[in-house]
Design a binder for this molecule. Sequence first.
Ligand code: CU
Length: 500
Amino acid sequence: MLSRRRFIQSSALAALPALPFGLSMPLFAQSAGRQTLQIPPLMEGSRREGVVHYDLTVQSGQSNFLPGLSTDTIGFNGSFLGPTLRLKNGDDVSINIDNQLDEDTTVHWHGLHLPAAADGGPHQVIEPGRRWQAQFQVIQRAGPFWYHSHRIDRTGEQVYHGMAGMLLVEDEESQGHELPSDYGVDDIPLIIQDREFNEDGSFSYINSHQDIMFGKHGDTILVNGTVDPVFVPRTRKVRFRLMNASNARTYTLAFSDGRAFQQLGCDGGFLAQPLTMTELTLASAERCEIVVDFSDGAPVNLISKPLPANSPYRMRGMMGRMHGALSDQAFHILAIEPQSSLQTSAAIPPILTEVPDYEAVGIDRQRRFELGMVMGMGMRGGRGGGNAQQFSINGQSMHMVNINERVPLGSTEIWEIHNGTMMMHPFHIHHGQFQVKSRNGRPPHAHERAFKDTVKVAPGETVQVVMEFLHYADPEHAYMYHCHILEHEDNGMMGQFVVE
Ligand SMILES: [Cu+2]
């Protein structure tokens, strides 16, 4: 299959500022010209009789990513991606989803704590022409969440074509802090995705066993659906809501001049205190909030570096030897060119929140989850459920009629995830947020000591997370747990549990 490299103009490469890391950066390069970073419209909903209503329509369309070419895509209320939904903790919300596609879909509220029947997982199918209504109370700390297709066997293809959007939860604490919060001005969503294009401009989805084995990777970066984007800060400090909405790729995000930034939080809430960082690694579905200071007025690039040589997340063994290059790829993500005069920004508060200790209430039970994948010639490809034997959890591949775990309402459990494969898997659990308790028996990293819903599990690693199962008992409707490399999920690395 022809790749994007056909389209690369050398002039675009000359426009990239010098990089400090000795990277051979431009191999996977950008379009012929920069475009202003698109900002998804903000949807705050309309309040009627105590309920906040949102309306989303899933529709097919065409998008123009590449000069002179159009791409068939899927979006919410538009042709690609969707509006940023803003929800307030404590509100009762009702979200209408109208499916105008000619295929089934579902819409999952990734990271939110809500009833299983409102979760939008593989069982909440929306047939073509039909409407699904998700109604729930927001019981959620402030943070960056998202929504995306969760259709059985075809999540990867639907998300790849555009079925994703950001969802911001605010609460009294987040609104009480003097943080950058002017959406689109100094509070900026960055939905990062990689895509491969065919010569005619269409997306190239799965066309090899490798695309399933390693997950679909592309050589062109989109940020909020923009190729080669540029963002112009108007304020000294900017808050970025970073979201890895790629099907499979892991990014190690940093700035081209090595500048430090403040991490405020991760998937499901604030860290106790801002953390000074110079890079962070986000796997598929992980999010992170950061604040960056542009007071010096200097242009800089957000980049993705190769995984460090000693990173536990690199592929190992035969996979590493054959496909370690995936871990070595570097990308230009976003050009940042501050305007000449910048408005002042408030100082970042030294204390952001109190992170409660889930373990303090006592652990009722521990469960173990063994991630498995079969290497090599056994791969049959395809996305049909009938082919879903390559990937497993505890030796079983996802099947819609199997309930793998039953969790008593009100319990607190340790879920221990062991990765015996040769590549990293980002493990996601529905129902709500968890805390990372340990990695191979050692304490979690400082940057993950907040609430998370997706956790990287390195080859050979055992990660323990602690989760509370509260509020919603329903023996009929299942929640999912799965690898968030979407091609792994679609091919069986997923299981189901009920809270009862
Ligand atoms: Cu996986």
